[in-house]
Design a protein around this ligand. Structure first.
Ligand SMILES: Nc1nc2c(c(=O)[nH]1)N[C@H]1C(S)=C(S)[C@@H](COP(=O)(O)O)O[C@H]1N2
Ligand SMILES: [Mo]
Length: 220
């Protein structure tokens, strides 16, 4: 398995008696930021690390589409133009990767997942969602966590189309869970009546992934 990870500027070296993480947290306070925004065991970066398994898809935005299916009344498939025609939200939030970087105030534009689900008509038996992305990446999430007023199918970052390395043309963004729950290059959302482990979840990562209580692995 090939995991591509680019975390510039992080060496983990101890430059003084204080460890990297303590120093990073101290700098955050000095910058006037609320330290409670940084979950335990995380460090703040101003960069935007790129992290994924395998290759970056090479398709053109016109070739992309998204299916909503599984336990819904009206399964449908939507292309990028149709997605862009839906009511959009632009929201700013902090993101947290299980490899310990956090980034504050990232701004995304897209459609709330719950608006897509409303169109599909979620059956009463649905309790979880499996996000399916290009090349077979999957991640599982409770229905309630992907239908918040923040969870979105995003097509812009900082007012520009999402770069392909960051999941463009379209990715999921669910800010309150570790960022592996936010599938890049998302292609379908499957409503399920049980919690089915996705790619990292099968490999020992938490079924839920709350960064504020460090639910990194099974049993956390
Ligand atoms: N399709 C796909 N989505 C993915 C991943 C992946 O490997 N494949 N990695 C996840 C992980 S672990 C993280 S931290 C974020 C990274 O997003 P970024 O590269 O835009 O920072 O994407 C998530 N979504
Ligand atoms: Mo991650």
């Amino acid at each position: 398995m090939m995991v591509y990870e680019q975390i510039a500027g992080f060496s983990g070296a101890r430059l003084c008696t204080m460890g990297f993480f303590d120093r990073n947290r101290k700098e955050l306070v000095e910058r006037g930021l609320d330290p409670n925004r940084l979950p335990p065991g995380q460090y703040l970066t101003d960069r935007f690390p790129v992290l994924h398994v395998g290759d970056v898809p090479t398709y053109q935005p016109g070739e992309w589409n998204l299916s909503v299916g599984g336990l819904v009344d009206q399964p449908f498939t939507i292309d990028l133009d149709e997605l862009r025609a839906m009511p959009a939200v632009t929201l700013t939030f902090d993101i947290h990767c299980v490899t310990k970087w956090s980034k504050f105030d990232t701004t995304w534009t897209g459609v709330l997942v719950r608006d897509l689900f409303e169109r599909a008509g979620v059956k009463a038996t649905a309790s979880h969602v499996l996000e399916h992305a290009e090349y077979g990446y999957t991640t599982n999430i409770p229905l309630a966590d992907i239908t918040t007023d923040q969870a979105m199918v995003a097509y812009e970052f900082d007012g520009e189309p999402i770069e392909q390395v960051h999941g463009g043309p379209v990715r999921i963004v669910v800010p309150h869970l570790y960022f592996w729950k936010s599938a890049k290059w998302v292609r379908s959302l499957e409503l399920c009546d049980r919690d089915v482990p996705g790619f990292w979840e099968k490999n020992g990562y938490s079924m839920y992934g709350d960064p504020f209580i460090e639910q990194r692995h099974w049993g956390d």
